[in-house]
Design a protein around this ligand. Structure first.
Ligand code: THU
Length: 137
C-alpha cells in the first residue's frame, strides 16, 4: 500500500519530535525515527547513548523495538522516516538497515532534515542482496 502524503507528513513530524527526545550526550547527534506499520500505526524512537559507547542504540531500532514491545508481534513496515536537524539528510546505519529489512523487506525509507534535502529509497536499494528470515532454512 503506498504511503499517503499526509502519512508522510505525520511521520516526518513524529520523527522530528522524537529527535528532540534523543539521549545523545556523547555524540550530540540527535536522531529521530518514525515507522508506519501495515496496520496503520505509527511508532517513534530516538537514539539512546551510553557511557559505554558501543551500547548506543539508534533511533530507527528504538522505534522498531518499541513497536514490538507495544504488542506488534511482527510489525510489517511500510515506511521508515529518519530525521536529523542537519543541513543534509542522514542515511540509516548498516545495523538499522538490517533490522528494517527483517520487518519490512519492501519498506520505503525516507531521510529528512531541517533543510529541503531529502532522500527516498526502498530498503533493498539501501541493503541489496540482504540476509533475512527466509534464508534461515
Ligand atoms: N545514529 C542513529 O540514531 N541512527 C543511525 O542510523 C545512525 C547513527 C545515532 C547513533 C549515535 O547515537 C549517534 O547517531 C552518532 O553515531
Amino acid at each position: 500500500m503506498p504511503v499517503t502524503p499526509s502519512q508522510l507528513k505525520k511521520l516526518k513530524s513524529e520523527a522530528r519530535a522524537a529527535s528532540r527526545r534523543a539521549y545523545a550526550p556523547y555524540s550530540k547527534f540527535k536522531v529521530g525515527a518514525a515507522i508506519l506499520t501495515k496496520s496503520g500505526k505509527i511508532y517513534a524512537g530516538c537514539n539512546v547513548e551510553n557511557a559505554s559507547y558501543g551500547l548506543c542504540n539508534c533511533a530507527e531500532r528504538t522505534a522498531i523495538f518499541s513497536a514490538v514491545a507495544a504488542g506488534e508481534k511482527k510489525p510489517d513496515l511500510q515506511c521508515v522516516v529518519v530525521y536529523t536537524s542537519t543541513p543534509k539528510a542522514t542515511a540509516p546505519c548498516g545495523a538499522c538497515r538490517q533490522v528494517i529489512y527483517e520487518f519490512g523487506p519492501k519498506a520505503r525509507v525516507v531521510f529528512t532534515c531541517r533543510s529541503k534535502d531529502r532522500q527516498d529509497h526502498t530498503i533493498t536499494e539501501l541493503l541489496p542482496k540482504a540476509f533475512g528470515p527466509v534464508d534461515l532454512v
